[in-house]
Design a protein around this ligand. Structure first.
Ligand code: TMP
Length: 213
């Protein structure tokens, strides 16, 4: 008798700048390869042809837009990405490993730009309710002191439009991730992102493994 086909899983990674998402994602993908899971690796903003065009605009240091426009562009990119890439992959039985998703909008646009004010958070809730038909099964919040991560990000490459923000912006973003984790503790798991990459990947794998069965 054939076993029931296992549902494809949707996993997102979140965190402030420089917390090591790329390495953690690469290591998770290697582990999924080793157990024969089919997956796609994608990112936000971006992940589809049009959303990558919006990403270039959103990260460009010369882009000057107000907070609502930024929020709407994030969700325009997300909508295209979800419809063209994420949902088709899940339907085809492929897992989706996504570098950032809706929780980044809550943290950056809601807490970073909007100072955590109810009005901005309501707008985001409504965009999620109307334009995001599927949330991740598991969200891994890589938690590291804000300043430590920023220093790593600055060493890596020239600062993009978000990375040019001041420390207090990133402290609000951190608070946003913290509040999201508290509010959605079933879906969002905190991962201690300090220590070497191997240790972090082991923590990630411990949280992903239950989804395999
Ligand atoms: P990255 O540096 O992790 O590739 O992410 C690009 C930037 O986009 C990062 O600074 C966070 C920001 N961002 C938002 O502000 N809102 C969002 O919804 C997403 C997905 C990313």
């Amino acid at each position: 008798m054939s076993e029931a086909k296992q549902a494809a899983r949707f996993i997102s990674f979140e965190g402030t700048e420089g917390v090591g998402k790329s390495t953690a994602i690469a290591n998770l993908c290697a582990q999924l390869d080793s157990v024969g899971i089919r997956y796609i690796k994608t990112r936000e903003p971006g992940g589809s042809t049009f959303a990558e065009q919006l990403r270039a605009l959103l990260l460009d240091v010369n882009t000057q837009i107000d907070d609502d426009t930024e929020l709407l562009l994030m969700f325009a990119a997300r909508s295209d990405h979800v419809q063209r890439v994420i949902l088709p992959a899940l339907t085809a039985g492929q897992w989706v490993i996504c570098d950032r998703f809706v929780d980044s909008s809550v943290a950056y646009q809601g807490y970073g730009r909007g100072q955590g004010e109810i009005q901005m958070l309501d707008k985001i809730d409504s965009l999620i309710a109307n334009f995001v038909p599927r949330l991740p099964d598991l969200t891994l919040w890589l938690d590291m002191p804000v300043q430590e991560g920023i220093q790593r990000a600055y060493q890596r490459s020239a600062a993009d439009r978000f990375e040019q923000e001041q420390l207090d912006f990133f402290e609000r973003v951190y608070e946003g991730f913290y509040q999201q984790q508290q509010a959605h503790s079933q879906r969002i798991k905190r991962v201690d992102a300090s220590g070497d990459a191997k240790q972090v990947s082991r923590r990630v794998w411990d949280l992903v493994q239950p989804l395999l069965s």
